[in-house]
Design a binder for this molecule. Structure first.
Ligand code: NAP
Length: 253
């Protein structure tokens, strides 16, 4: 790993959501450009080694700082160290951004209804998209669906409302739908593919998935991505390839 590919940045804030979940912000160098939905590669010095992991950017492409959302992977070389992050600590940031989970990849169908389906920290790229005015201008309907195991893992809820109120001011088609899979009393508590199959997701947002209009993005647990993709295909939706089609995905680990 060539260190010249990285700049050294400083941690500006750390927010803890649950024992295994936290977010942090860091300085953004002028050269670091990204599109909402892309990821950065962040390096951490562990002894003499630079350990590097991919992290979707949470913040808006227009922000002066960079925000990331992380889980603590038990015994993981990176996150077990990262979880002790403090304001002022140094992190390495690769100078270029990566990834194709961006709204620019959709040409057909034309933008109308956008479905952002996340599990866990897979929420991150969608928060960035929602902090881009173009998203609100281009889509009449925006459905953000966020599946976690327990309510204590439901991070960013207040921020989502704030983002919708500021970036989506006057927009009437936004729905935020939390799914709490290990709480049988939650309004929605089944896994995303089941909620698609049994029609409960569409009922909750009051809108139907439609191969002629829907853009559906999936991010998070790789098995969720796989199973949900198949459930959507059974509804006639197609993978987005060469700019055409409904479904775009990103596995998170
Ligand atoms: P998770 O187990 O991915 O669960 C989050 C949500 O996804 C839950 O609502 C869960 O439902 C749901 N889910 C899981 N499998 C699904 C499937 N096949 N279809 C539909 N929904 C599904 O939890 P997490 O906290 O985000 O991550 C758990 C583990 O993943 C971590 O301990 C870590 O090891 C690993 N991880 C690694 C990285 C990394 O960068 N290396 C990043 C994130 C996570 P249920 O409650 O029904 O399971």
């Amino acid at each position: 790993m060539s260190i010249e590919k990285f700049s050294v940045e400083k941690v500006l804030s750390v927010q803890r959501w649950a024992s295994n979940l936290f977010s942090f912000t860091m300085t953004r160098p002028a050269h670091f450009k990204f599109t909402a939905g892309q990821f950065a590669r962040i390096g951490l010095k562990v002894g003499d080694d630079l350990v590097v992991r991919a992290y979707s950017v949470v913040s808006s492409p227009f922000d002066e700082t960079l925000e990331f959302f992380s889980i603590v992977v038990p015994n993981g070389a990176f996150t077990s160290n990262l979880q002790h992050l403090k304001v002022g600590d140094e992190l390495y940031l690769e100078k270029i951004s990566y990834g194709f989970l961006t709204l620019a990849r959709y040409q057909l169908p034309l933008p109308q209804d956008l479905w952002l389906l996340a599990t866990g920290t897979g929420l991150a790229p969608f928060l960035s998209m929602l902090q881009d005015f173009a998203t609100w201008q281009n889509y009449q309907q925006i459905h953000l669906v966020y599946s976690v195991r327990t309510v204590s893992e439901l991070a960013y809820v207040d921020r989502i409302q704030e983002i919708a109120a500021s970036f989506g001011e006057g927009h009437t088609g936004f729905k935020f739908v939390p799914v709490i899979t290990r709480d049988p009393n939650a309004v929605l508590h089944e896994r995303l593919p089941v909620l698609i199959e049994n029609g409960e997701l569409e009922k909750a947002v009051g809108y139907s998935l439609n191969p002629a209009t829907s853009h559906v993005m999936l991010c998070g647990n790789p098995q969720m991505v796989e199973d949900t993709k198949e459930a959507l295909k059974r509804r006639g939706l197609t993978m987005n390839r060469r700019s055409e089609g409904n479904i775009a995905v990103e596995n998170y680990w």
